[in-house]
Design a binder for this molecule. Structure first.
Ligand code: UDP
Length: 231
C-alpha cells in the first residue's frame, strides 16, 4: 500500500472520558501516524464527531440543523488532532467540503495530491457537507476520490464479528470477509450507504482496534490482526 485513508471514530479521541478529547490517546495515534508517514506512506484522515454531537442527539430540533452541528463537530476534532500531529513533527492541512473561512481549505483532489507530494497529512473534515450522511460515507467517498489503496478503519473493537461480542461471548471474529457478506448479514462495519459505495467502487478496508498497542503501525507493516474486508 502507498496511499491510505485512516478513519478514527470521534469516541476514540475521547478515551475513557467518552466526551471531548483525551490528549494522551490522540498523542499515541499521532506518534504512530508519524512513523508510517516517515516510512513513505501517504496518509489522510477522517474523524467522526460522536465525542461531541450526532445528528440524532436531539429529537427536538430539525435533523438538517442537527447534522450541521455534527459536521462542525468533525471540524473541531480535525483542528485538534491536526495540532497534536504538528506537535509531534508532522505537516498537516485540513480540508472541508464547505468554506470555513481561514480555519480550513476547500477540498479538491488536486489540492490533496499537492499535499501528498509535500509529505503533508490531509484531514478531511466536515463529512460530505450534506445532512443525512455520516463520516463513514465521507470516508469511503474521499478514499475513492483520492484513489487510496485501502481504508484503515480504527475502531473501539478489534475487528468484524458475526455478532456483538459485548453481548454474545461466543461471537466469532472474521480474519477476512467480503463486503457483499457484510451487507447481506447487516454487520454494520460501516453504515449501509458507505458499504454499498465500497462495494461498487471496490474499496477494501482493514478493520482493527485502535486501543491495541501500536495497531496502526502493525496494520501497515503486515502484522495485522484485525479483519480484512475484501471487494
Ligand atoms: N454528518 C452529516 N453528514 C456527513 C457527515 C456527518 O450530517 O457527511 C453529521 C451527522 O449528524 C453525524 C455527525 O455529523 O451524526 C457525526 O458524524 P459521525 O459519522 O461520527 O456520526 P455517527 O455515524 O456516529 O452518527
Amino acid at each position: 500500500m502507498k496511499r491510505v485513508l485512516l478513519k478514527l471514530s470521534g469516541e476514540a479521541l475521547a478515551g475513557d472520558k467518552h466526551m471531548g478529547f483525551d490528549e494522551p490517546t490522540v498523542t499515541k495515534v499521532a506518534k504512530q501516524v508519524k512513523e508510517i508517514v516517515d516510512a513513505g506512506l501517504e496518509v489522510s484522515i477522517v474523524i467522526g464527531g460522536g465525542n461531541f454531537w450526532r445528528g440524532r442527539s436531539s429529537e427536538n430540533i430539525d435533523r438538517t440543523k442537527a447534522d450541521q452541528i455534527g459536521m462542525l463537530a468533525t471540524v473541531m476534532n480535525c483542528i485538534y488532532v491536526s495540532e497534536i500531529f504538528r506537535s509531534v513533527g508532522m505537516k498537516t492541512q485540513i480540508l472541508t467540503p464547505f468554506a470555513c473561512g481561514a480555519f480550513t481549505k476547500l477540498f479538491s483532489k488536486d489540492r490533496v495530491n499537492k499535499y501528498f507530494e509535500k509529505g503533508i497529512v490531509s484531514f478531511f473534515a466536515g463529512g460530505t457537507g450534506h445532512p443525512y450522511f455520516s463520516t463513514d460515507t465521507a470516508t469511503v467517498l474521499r478514499a475513492i476520490e483520492i484513489e487510496a489503496d485501502v481504508i484503515l478503519l480504527a475502531k473501539s473493537i478489534d475487528g468484524v464479528y458475526d455478532s456483538d461480542p459485548k453481548t454474545n461471548p461466543d461471537a466469532k471474529k472474521y480474519d477476512e470477509i467480503s463486503i457483499q457478506e457484510v451487507i447481506d448479514r447487516k454487520l454494520g462495519v460501516v453504515d449501509m450507504a458507505a458499504s454499498i459505495l465500497c462495494m461498487e467502487n471496490k474499496m477494501p478496508m482493514l478493520v482493527f482496534g485502535l486501543n491495541e498497542e501500536n495497531s496502526i503501525v502493525n496494520t501497515v507493516n503486515g502484522k495485522f490482526n484485525g479483519t480484512k474486508v475484501t471487494v
